[in-house]
Write a protein that binds this ligand. Structure first.
Ligand code: HEM
Length: 537
């Protein structure tokens, strides 16, 4: 090849990626040797067998044989883009995180949106939560926000996650999706009802990936140097609002344009209408958390905005489409454990499990050195004692591969001291109220689990929204064959509101049922208080 052009993908890490530009590309083998005829293969004579010496042909076939990497076990279908996040407020009263205390600071961001349950070829308008994963390239390392488009989640006991997900995958025998599996699980695990209220409203079918809000769902902790912290929940609100499709529109698009979400995001950016979100934080002090009616570590609950108002943080803008989807979006590896100084996870057990699960799946999906891939590599130098492994292309040069006194690494603060390192400050924080003896935990369903779903049904929604919910549920729930499963799930809806359950029963031609019997709110709160979790009432 006579001329190489170097393309710098501007939102990727500061490395330059050498790519042959379309105008100067000359066809070569993978070792760069020129080839004049891509279609030709070497044969013995005109009609003889192929020759093993034909590296060009073997090179092409063997690479093709290895083109696919495993799709994500959940969130397999997605779309993504690059852009920036800008801090617009002074947040120094909440945290000493260098980004959040630097009003006006802009960092590059990569975002991947997704549906959850379907395979990578499934329809973008399926009724499903949407993933909203964001990688912020800060000067203190990458900070990932691995969020969904709903403020709550189906579970609060992490061991349930594989079970719950399997009920939305294909039946082991029939290889079909199965409404009985789905509702069997949900009816046995009624803490899912809050998410089910949201999922079967029209919010369950957003109008494209970029016309929806995003939520951390989990509680995180933001620290200050003195060891004090606040609990936080992050919200991203789409400029232009949360736009939805109704069930009929979503169903039609699933058939006619299953890539509607990918396409509308790409087109919005390409036509110069970059999608943007205003970012807000809700905060709660540890003592407010102790008085809170719900457990702050339970992600099936929201924090009422009246009590915990949204405070502005910054703005996220997506203004650049990827040049290469696979390299820049498919290979992106987000994890809630990719955190930065003065930002900590809470003890929410689902979040704690996720801290492990994401890097674990990345090592399987992308390899041990997934953090070295251009889309994942931090913009700041990485210096540690990790070396080698498959596909290493940065093995940290000549620096010692052990803790050396001859060529020492510099540290932000010596372990255990209060100089510099955020982790050391965090160690000083006092939150032992939430810590007790080790035990095998499984949450219990109580009346507290139905209060917020009931508020949605009876206070937040209007008549049209209530009717849409009943119809959206009925469209799916009518496929359940097992009468016991049907009755059990109807008893969950009856615990939210008897009229809700009766309307769904009528819509699917099932008998009406009594509400599920659960522990009262008062008893539930007393039980928590006995565990050392102080709650006023
Ligand atoms: C993707 C596990 C709960 C948001 C994934 C992936 C796994 C996983 C294994 C695939 C990642 C990959 O291959 O790159 C879990 C487990 C959970 C859980 C074990 C609970 C115990 C949640 C919750 C949220 C969430 C509560 C949001 C609040 C996401 C998003 C993605 C994802 C946005 C897609 C990331 C991307 O676009 O690459 N999850 N998840 N997950 N999860 Fe979860």
């Amino acid at each position: 090849p006579s001329s190489f052009s170097t393309i710098t993908t501007t939102n990727m890490p500061s490395k330059q990626v050498h790519i042959l530009g379309p105008e100067s590309a000359h066809y070569t083998t993978s070792n760069g040797a020129p080839v004049s005829e891509p279609y030709a293969a070497q044969r013995l004579g005109q009609l003889g067998p192929l020759l093993l010496q034909d590296f060009h042909h073997i090179d092409a076939l063997s690479h093709f044989d290895r083109e696919r990497i495993p799709e994500r076990v959940v969130h397999a279908k997605g779309a993504g883009a690059h852009g920036y996040f800008q801090v617009t407020e002074d947040l120094s009263d909440l945290t000493d995180n260098p980004l959040l205390t630097n009003k006006g600071k802009k960092v590059k961001a990569t975002v991947r949106f997704s549906t959850v349950g379907g395979e990578s070829g499934s329809a973008d308008t399926a009724r499903d939560p949407r993933g909203f994963a964001i990688k912020l390239r800060t000067d203190e390392g990458n900070w990932d926000w691995v969020f969904n488009n709903t403020p709550v989640f189906f579970i609060r006991d992490p061991a349930k996650f594989p079970h719950f997900i399997h009920t939305q995958k294909r039946d082991p025998q029939t290889h079909l999706k199965d409404a009985d599996m789905f509702w069997d699980y949900l009816s046995q695990n009624p803490e899912s009802i809050h998410q089910i209220m949201i999922l079967f409203s029209d919010r369950g079918t957003p109008d494209g990936y970029h016309r929806m809000h995003g939520y951390s769902g989990h509680t995180f902790k933001w620290f200050k140097k003195d060891g004090s912290f606040v609990y936080t929940q992050l919200h991203l609100r789409a400029e232009g609002g949360f736009r939805t499709l109704n069930n009929a529109e979503a169903g039609k698009l699933s058939g006619e344009n299953p890539d509607y979400g990918i396409e509308s995001l790409f087109e919005a950016i390409e036509s110069g209408h970059p999608p943007s979100w205003n970012v807000f934080v809700q905060t709660m002090t540890p003592s407010q958390a102790e008085q809170f009616r719900y457990n702050v570590l339970d992600l099936t609950k929201v924090w009422p905005h009246g009590d915990f108002p949204l405070r502005p943080v910054g703005k996220l803008v997506l203004d650049e489409n990827p040049q290469n989807y696979f390299a820049e979006i498919e290979q992106a590896a987000f994890s809630p454990s990719h955190l930065v100084p003065y930002i900590e996870p809470s003890a929410d057990p689902v979040l704690q499990s996720r801290l492990f699960s994401y890097p674990d799946t990345h090592r399987h999906r992308l390899g041990a050195n997934y953090q070295q891939l251009p889309v994942n590599a931090p913009i700041v130098p990485v210096a540690n004692f990790q070396r080698d492994g498959p596909m290493t292309f940065v093995s940290q040069g000549a620096r010692p591969n052990y803790q050396s006194t001859i060529v020492p690494l510099k540290y932000h603060g010596a372990p255990g001291t209060l100089e510099g390192g955020a982790r050391d400050y965090a160690r000083e924080a006092k939150h032992e109220t939430f810590v007790g003896a080790a035990f095998r935990d499984l949450s219990e369903i109580t009346e507290l689990d139905f209060e917020q779903p009931r508020a949605l049904w009876s206070k937040v929604w209007n008549d049209a929204q209530r009717e849409a919910y009943v119809q959206n549920v009925a469209g799916h729930f009518k496929n359940v064959k097992n009468a016991e499963v049907k009755a059990r799930q109807l008893s969950v809806w009856a615990a939210v509101d008897q009229s809700l359950s009766d309307r769904i029963a009528k819509a699917v031609g099932a008998p009406t049922v009594q509400p599920l019997k659960v522990k009262s709110a008062g008893e539930a709160i007393k039980f928590r208080a006995n565990l050392g979790f102080k709650v006023a009432r």
